[in-house]
Design a protein around this ligand. Structure first.
Ligand SMILES: [Zn+2]
Length: 370
């Protein structure tokens, strides 16, 4: 196996530790900011250096369309291309393709490009090859997402195709020479909110043998309690010695509860998307800084926040930048919201290590409620 997982502390099913990779390693639990088109929106790699995430997600579907995986490879691969030298994980494109309402057959998916309206084809093998060219530290198998709620037949078909595609991806990845040394491949568990299908999907994926395992197809509009019940029904069937990645979850309560269930890593566009809309995460809960009430408010967004935005700028100034559509507002608010979420997940890890995770989790719930 390419990755090594060292668990150094536990609290019930929650766990903290580190994952060793070809690049070095990252601590778990971990939050991955999303750099859809090769940049976390409004930020650059120097901002990321300051914020300190250990992994960033990049989007295969968008990068294969623009500028093209071959162009990224010609420019030295995703790390040289983006100037970000921490860990990068590329998704398989499955989720974005799913949102384009593709036609899915047993061999792959055909969809219409959002860029030029032309039909495009993605197969499990092609997804592996594209991600080999992009050259991230971790790549994901192509899976079949299902819109929820879904019929049992639709979920069953998605589980069967996901398992078959996972095997094809693993075979292609093992045989491929044109990828970075030590590049890891994660499998993805599907099954909607059906616990028996989740168990089956986990067992079939684990039987193939991957460097890590993702729980996919959640956070697509189902209630949070249902999402967490599904995570709780899936995690026991994932191996202890592999990273566990819950895709698309990044709200404070969802993060701490899923960490409590034994999940190690997360990605979500939420914190940066909310920032661009003037919605801010603080120790007291959500603050909508674009509201007029903050027009003459001289306080920082969050007096408890250590970020560069809170050290320097008032709510009134930030509200003004938003109101006149200055791009600087998106950058400053994204820096703040990512600081909040990265600190929340790091602090969860510290709380596990120091034996106070339950009270930490209750504290987050008391701020953010249900
Ligand atoms: Zn701040």
């Amino acid at each position: 196996m390419t990755l090594q997982v060292a668990i150094t502390a536990r609290s019930g099913t929650a766990r903290a530790g580190a994952v060793t990779t070809a690049r070095g390693g990252y601590r778990i639990p971990a939050f991955m900011p999303v750099g859809t088109r090769g940049a976390v929106k409004a930020l650059d790699a120097a901002d990321l250096d300051t914020l300190g995430p250990e992994l960033v997600l990049a989007n295969t579907y968008h990068l294969m369309a623009r500028p093209g995986a071959e162009v990224v490879a010609a420019l030295g691969g995703i790390h040289r291309f983006t100037g970000w030298h921490g860990h990068t994980l590329t998704d398989s494109g499955g989720y974005q393709v799913h949102s384009l309402r593709p036609s899915v057959d047993d061999d792959g998916v055909t969809f219409v490009s959002v860029y030029d309206g032309q039909p495009e084809r993605l197969t499990p093998e092609r997804a592996v090859e594209v991600q080999g060219l992009l050259g991230a530290d971790i790549q994901m198998v192509l899976d079949v997402c299902t819109t929820l709620p879904a019929s049992h037949d639709a979920l069953r078909l998605a589980v069967d195709r996901t398992a078959s595609w996972a095997q094809r991806a693993a075979t292609r990845h093992a045989a491929m020479e044109s990828r970075p040394e030590g590049q890891a491949l994660f499998g993805i568990v599907q099954g909607g909110t059906d616990p028996l299908l989740r168990e089956e999907s986990a067992e079939r994926t684990v039987a193939i043998g991957f460097d890590g395992y993702a729980i996919g197809g959640l956070s697509v509009g189902e209630p949070r309690d249902v999402m967490l019940e599904t995570v709780a029904a899936t995690v026991p069937f994932l191996p202890e010695d592999r990273p566990r990645y819950l895709m698309g979850v990044g709200d404070p309560v969802g993060l701490v509860e899923a960490i409590g269930l034994g999940v190690d890593q997360f990605d979500c566009v939420g914190p940066t998307r909310m920032a661009r809309h003037g919605s801010v995460l603080t120790a007291q809960g959500r603050l909508v800084v674009r509201n007029a009430v903050y027009r003459t408010d001289d306080r920082p967004l969050d007096a408890a926040c250590p970020c560069a935005t809170c050290a320097r700028y008032s709510r009134g100034y930030l509200r003004h930048l938003l109101a006149v559509h200055e791009p600087t507002a998106w950058r400053l608010l994204s820096i703040h919201n990512l600081t909040y979420i990265l600190d929340l997940v790091r602090e969860a890890g510290r709380a596990i290590t120091e034996g106070r995770f339950d009270s930490y989790r209750r504290g987050v719930r008391s701020v953010w409620g249900d």
